[in-house]
Write a protein that binds this ligand. Structure first.
Ligand code: AMP
Ligand code: MG
Length: 327
């Protein structure tokens, strides 16, 4: 389909809000990744999101709101914990799963009776929500199965290959500052459960609301989009320890591309993409690095484990899923 990248201006935001009111979709930048947005209350728009992405119809969407008041209109069961969590982390990369309000079409959550909701911090997403005046359902703006987009160009390159009709308006808010998807916390279970780790840490959630279940979710039923092979580039990817790098390079390092934190550029060794050595910096650049590695012509991507322990949990989750071959 055709795509049109525009830098944000009040004219572009007005046009985007009009398109959304007509039931069309718009790509908006958020601080996590770019989102393919449509009105949460418009069944036609919801249907288009699944079609254009090629997303399985049971994979639920996150509804984006300006703040708690907007969330309370579309979920049931907002409680004191939600007040505390939203006061601490909204606007920002924490998604809460609650019960879906009966006014919200089932398509907004892939047919589930729960609904995920988040208030994005990116100023462009916020002005679009304000101009539109209602909730926007928005999954990552990539074709299903490819790496989430963190720039407007990533989005354009994904959708230019789609044969859908019409022109997709992409609002360019620059590279996403967080760079990986939000933390998803299910508050409909007892204890609450982190379905997807993100930059809002399990520890910071526990500090506010007490016990949560921390087990890794890989089953489709609890959180469909978290199935193992989900954040993967097309080129085979292996996650290795630094000590194992030499052995992995083998006899023909020329077809390999390495992604690692703060490595030294090799003179005539294999190609290498370097990322910052801190978890936030690594996350910010990760998806662009995966996309560049994928487009490099290499036959194998080696990612050197950047770190261990809880600060690296969200990054490790994405890397392990990118490396997974099954599921
Ligand atoms: P995306 O917006 O592409 O990052 O995907 C949103 C992800 O959030 C889904 O793939 C699920 O893993 C999770 N999610 C959204 N809504 C729900 C829900 N109602 N129940 C459980 N998980 C959800
Ligand atoms: Mg996605």
């Amino acid at each position: 389909m055709k795509t049109r990248i525009e830098t944000p201006s009040s004219k572009v935001i007005t046009e985007a809000a009009e398109r959304l009111r007509r039931g069309e979709l718009v790509v908006m930048p958020t601080e996590t990744v770019y989102g393919l947005a449509g009105s949460t209350h418009d069944q036609g728009a919801l249907k288009s999101i699944f079609e254009i992405k090629g997303r399985p119809s049971d994979n639920p969407l996150i509804a984006h709101v300006e703040g708690p008041e907007g969330a309370k209109n579309i979920v049931a069961g907002w409680d004191e914990r939600c007040d505390m969590l939203s006061a601490a982390f909204w606007p920002g990369p924490l998604t809460m799963v609650l019960h879906r309000h009966h006014d919200v079409p089932p398509g907004a959550s892939g047919g589930r009776d729960t609904l995920a909701v988040r208030s994005p911090a990116h100023p462009v997403a916020r002005s679009l929500l304000d101009a539109f005046g209602g909730p926007l359902s928005a999954p990552s703006a990539n074709r299903s199965g490819s790496v989430s987009p963190t720039t407007a160009e990533h989005v354009a390159s994904d959708f230019s290959e789609s044969d859908a009709a019409g022109t997709l308006l992409i609002i360019d808010g620059g590279p996403c500052s967080v760079g990986i998807e939000s933390t998803v916390l299910d508050l409909t279970t007892d204890p609450p459960r982190v379905l997807r780790p993100g930059s809002v840490s399990n520890e910071s959630i526990i500090e506010l609301i007490g016990t949560i279940e921390m087990s890794v979710v890989s089953a489709q039923d609890a959180s469909p989009g978290t199935r193992s092979r989900h954040y993967a580039p097309l080129t085979p990817l292996a996650l290795i320890e630094a000590e194992g790098l030499e052995a992995e390079l083998g006899d023909d390092p020329s077809r390999i591309i390495i992604i690692r934190a703060g490595g030294e550029p090799g003179a005539d060794g294999p190609r290498e993409i370097q990322l910052p050595g801190d978890p936030a910096g690594f996350a910010e650049g990760l998806y662009d690095a995966l996309r560049r590695a994928d487009g490099s012509g290499a036959s194998r991507i080696l990612v050197v484990v950047p770190g261990t322990g809880s600060p690296w949990r969200a990054v490790r989750d994405r890397l392990e899923r990118a490396a997974a071959t099954g599921g």
